[in-house]
Ligand binder design. Structure first.
Ligand code: AMP
Ligand code: MG
Length: 483
């Protein structure tokens, strides 16, 4: 297919132009019969794109990488990465392409990237393809995170290819078009680290794109590192506060921008349990819910190693300075998490003992993490949260301590709590149900779910099932890697 999409979009390609050693020009594989499954009209608007034009055959062709405008210069990006702790010196976009960069309505530069667009030189043994289910999972999870106010890449569209993809079974194929602040990863720095000149160019590019203010600092590269550490500390704290489990926190899935990226076997937990794992491939629980902050810090240490030659000519001095920054992750994370937890509980200031005792209680009694906080604000309006507990006396004792710390205007406290505690998250059993229906050709449950999670804080009539955990006795859901 060679429909020209030239007038639809104006691409820049600063990454390909300024860092030519970190990508290879590549084009998408042709697909038999592209059909638009879902288009993000709100995001299209943000990008200044005409949603109606994107629905035409030329628009849909663009989303599978056919008929891209001449100036787009699509590339496959190369990166390295630690996967489940093991270093892979050369990963890269095995089934993805960076189509180019768009400047949005607010003047922000954003990548437009395809996933499932065919094999590239980095495909290794992979087929270069993606299936409808995992691409729609990425779509709905990203939209839910965005609605929760958590930094994330977002899907612009999912297009069914008409192809069959071979996994455990034959599945309908799809391409995801997504938008991100950039696709610079810790793994990009790990790959570049082989050549001091390239790592400097990459750091300069990343600074200009994400942290331009550090150029003024006494040691810009150290300050850049500090800002990435803080962005990740804030991001992971936000995940923890909504019960999100990323599932594959490899260094190649850890961004420099501080956005959530590469939604694979991810999910939100129901009952609070730090050991929660959804991914079928995470046998050791490396990326369990409760391990996420420690893993983020570990990944950031890998980033720091690549920056040492830029931080100081003297290696000992560089190591000392970088160690101080990566160590600060703990206090940064704690501060982000504690202020977020205070807001969830309607408190003006954090209270570490109160928080710790609550988590022990929720864990011991396997209380649904999301429902708990809404039940707690309901309690301030005459409702109750104690029925969520098998042994409510322990909760009552905790709640008395909590209430004693609240500001006097309980109505205002409850309203503030409801602005930060969602009613609706994409519950895994409902996500699975919607993806199964979509795989069988029925998109209606997916669209309904999207609508629900797009307004997570506003409780609406008739949506009770979206606010409830998986029925008791249903088997623990497992999500597959989506490759
Ligand atoms: P992910 O776990 O999705 O972040 O992918 C890890 C690496 O495997 C990346 O380099 C991907 O581009 C590559 N990859 C995953 N699935 C495929 C596939 N089906 N074909 C080619 N490469 C793939
Ligand atoms: Mg990845």
């Amino acid at each position: 297919m060679t429909v020209s999409a030239g007038p639809l979009l104006e691409f820049d390609h600063s990454f390909a132009r300024e860092l030519p050693r970190l990508s290879v020009p590549w084009t998408a594989a042709p697909v038999p019969s592209p059909a638009l499954l879902v288009l993000n009209t709100e995001l299209a608007g943000e990008l200044g794109l005409d949603a109606e034009a994107l629905r035409t055959p030329a628009g849909v062709a663009l989303f599978v990488g056919a008929g891209v405008p001449e100036e787009a210069r699509p590339v496959a990006q190369v990166y390295a990465g630690h996967q489940f702790g093991a270093y892979q010196p050369r990963l890269g976009d095995g089934r993805a392409l960076l189509l180019g960069e768009l400047v949005d309505r607010d003047g922000r530069r954003r990548d437009l990237h395809l996933k499932g667009s065919g094999r590239t030189p980095f495909a290794r043994g992979g087929d270069g393809k993606a299936a409808v289910g995992p691409m729609l999972r990425e779509y709905v999870m990203g939209e839910a995170m965005h609605a929760l106010g958590i930094p994330t890449s977002r899907a612009l569209a999912v297009v069914a290819t008409g192809d069959r993809v071979v996994r455990e079974t034959l599945l309908p194929g799809a391409v995801l078009a997504r938008v991100a602040a950039s696709h610079l990863r810790v793994g990009t720095f790990q790959y570049a680290a082989g050549d001091p000149e390239i790592v400097r160019q990459l750091a300069d590019y990343a600074i200009a794109r994400h942290h331009p203010d550090v150029a003024e600092a006494a040691n810009p590269y150290l300050e850049f590192y500090r800002q990435v550490v803080d962005a990740q500390a804030s991001l992971v704290a936000r995940w923890m506060l909504v019960g999100f489990v990323h599932g594959v926190m490899n260094t190649d899935n850890t961004t420099i921008s501080g956005e959530t990226i590469d939604y694979g076997p991810c999910a939100f937990m129901d009952a609070f349990d730090p050991g929660t794992v959804f991914s079928s491939i995470d046998h050791g629980g490396r990326y369990a819910y409760g391990n996420q902050p420690g893993i983020a810090q570990w990944n950031l240490a890998r980033l720091g190693e690549t920056l040492l030659p830029l931080i100081d000519e003297d290696l000992d001095a560089a190591v000392g300075a970088a160690t101080e920054v990566v160590s600060s992750f703990v206090e940064r994370y704690d501060a982000h998490w504690a202020s977020g937890m205070a807001a969830k509980l309607g408190l003006e200031t954090p209270d570490a003992a109160l928080f710790r005792d609550l988590l022990v209680l929720l864990h011991d009694q396997r209380v649904d993490f999301t429902r708990f906080f809404r039940a707690l604000s309901a309690q301030l309006r005459g409702g109750e949260a104690r029925s969520l507990f098998v042994e409510p006396d322990a909760f009552d004792a905790w709640a008395a301590r909590w209430e004693a710390l609240l500001p006097p205007d309980r109505g205002a406290v409850a309203a503030a709590m409801d602005r930060v505690n969602p009613v609706y998250i994409p519950r895994n059993h409902i996500v699975e149900e919607a993806l199964t229906a979509a795989t069988e050709g029925d998109m209606a449950p997916f669209h309904r779910l999207l609508e629900v999670v797009a307004s997570p804080f506003d409780e609406r009539a008739g949506l009770d099932r979206y606010a409830e955990p998986a029925p008791a006795g249903s088997r623990a859901h497992v999500t597959y890697c989506g490759t």
